[in-house]
Write a protein that binds this ligand. Structure first.
Ligand code: B12
Length: 373
């Protein structure tokens, strides 16, 4: 099939599969990013995301994965921003989940859709190679999407498009077929707008176009293992999985549809009470499973502390007394220290007399020293 007919068919199948944008890029090494990326790793910016530092040369030159690759088809799958009901999350003790993680896990359905598009190439050109990625491959997805003309690399480090904003997932098909459909590069439309930089609670976007993942709420709540740095806990606010602030404040995004209460704003005491079986039942088919029970309950404890609502003391006390994961107990202690009051203090004192883990005992001591609010 000639390139023009092939791209027409790819685009029609992609549309039917739910993709809003398709672009093409000729594969070449990303030499101009090499220095940036090696410095980034040397600075330890990947934090707990060890996979980003493994075999970094493959991200710079995907032909090291397979030397036959010649072209990339880049695809964008839109999802809805979450407009959450206007409630007082502090009195209602509700956490917040990022829009991308509501509903079924996108890795499954976007990958299936991208594979259907890939079958157009293998159907028209039997014997040609295709490899499909959504999120998990050694691929700088935003970089290739920018090269394929789907959008520009925004000040919030998202791939942005004037029509579709940034609420879309990226997927790619690598192939050894030469697809000769040069892309029109998108110019930067951030202009002087700095809302994402100024409104990020943890200043993770530095001065823009660059992210410090170790400060990003999304990283801290999803990818980071172990204890959340004490100075960042209060800044997490109600976020317990991901964060949408730098997307929500971007003028290129529209407000989206009203999200379902139960999913987007889960009741925090219920989350903190999930055992292994209940966690699996609730999140088995959702992207939320990535943070595992330990991460989600740790985050829920922090958010309960951030409510400033002493109604949270009983559920935090119960978890501090009975939870088997030290990390969760440590964050419950922090939250009780922040909430303060006689009941929280009593719980902390009893817990300190029983605690065997040094790190948790230290958190309890610090919590007992915390000035009450
Ligand atoms: C690791 C990761 C994270 C980490 C680290 C993010 C980061 N900035 O690196 C954390 C957990 C923080 C994260 C958060 C989020 N993520 Co994320 N993440 C990824 C993942 C798996 C890898 C990204 C990566 O390679 N990072 C390594 C660093 C070195 O990459 P980088 O900073 O982007 O570096 C590049 C650019 O900076 C570039 N560069 C340097 N200077 C310049 C200058 C210009 C002009 C240009 C063009 C490029 C450029 O050079 C590098 C190579 O391109 C990708 C999927 C993938 N495989 O690409 C999804 C991905 C980027 N994430 C995505 C999403 C949706 C999110 C969240 C919105 C989720 C949420 N709601 O919580 C947030 C957004 C936070 C943010 N502002 O980035 C989407 C983004 C879609 C889009 N429209 O852009 C992706 C593409 C997943 C997908 N398949 O859809 N993510």
């Amino acid at each position: 099939m000639m390139t023009a007919r092939l791209t027409e068919t790819i685009e029609s199948v992609a549309r039917d599969c739910g993709f809003a944008m398709v672009g093409y890029a000729r594969l070449r090494p990303l030499e101009d990013r090499e220095r940036f990326f090696f410095d980034w790793i040397a600075q330890g910016r990947h934090g707990s995301m060890g996979y980003l530092a493994r075999e970094p040369a493959r991200r710079i030159d995907p032909r090291l994965v397979d030397p036959r690759f010649r072209s990339i088809v880049s695809l964008a799958f839109p999802y809805a921003a979450a407009r959450v009901p206007d409630i007082d999350w502090r009195t209602q003790m509700r956490g917040r989940i990022a829009a991308y993680a509501l509903g079924p896990d996108y890795h499954d359905y976007v990958l299936a859709a991208a594979k259907s598009v890939a079958s157009v190439i293998s159907g028209a050109h039997p014997g040609f190679l295709t490899r499909t990625y959504v999120d998990t491959g050694p691929v700088f997805e935003r970089e290739w999407a920018a090269k394929a003309g789907l959008g520009w690399f925004g000040r919030n480090t998202m791939l942005l498009n004037r029509e579709h904003g940034s609420y879309f997932f990226l997927a790619e098909i690598f192939t050894d077929l030469a697809i000769d459909a040069p892309a029109q590069l998108y110019r930067d439309h951030c202009g002087t707008c700095r809302r994402c930089v100024d409104l990020c609670p943890t200043d993770a976007l530095e001065s823009g176009y660059k992210l410090e993942p170790r400060a990003c709420i999304s990283y801290l709540t999803i990818e980071h293992r172990g204890s959340i740095p004490r100075d960042l806990r209060a800044k997490l606010g109600q976020w317990i999985f991901g964060c949408d602030i730098c997307n929500d404040v971007c003028p290129w995004n529209s407000p989206g549809g009203e999200a379902e209460h139960h999913a987007a704003l889960p009741y925090l005491p219920e989350i903190l009470a999930l055992d292994d079986a209940a966690f699996s039942r609730r999140f088995n088919r959702s992207a939320i499973k990535r943070t595992k029970r330990c991460g989600l309950l740790r985050n829920a404890a922090v958010a309960l502390g951030n409510t400033g609502n002493r109604d949270a003391v009983p559920v935090l006390s119960l978890a501090l007394a009975s939870e088997r994961e030290a990390v969760i107990r440590a964050h419950c202690a922090w939250a009780l220290g922040i909430l303060g009051g006689a009941a929280a203090r009593r719980t902390l004192e009893v817990a300190l007399s029983r605690e065997r883990e040094l790190e948790v005992a230290q958190e309890i001591r610090l919590a007992l020293d915390e000035p009450a609010i």
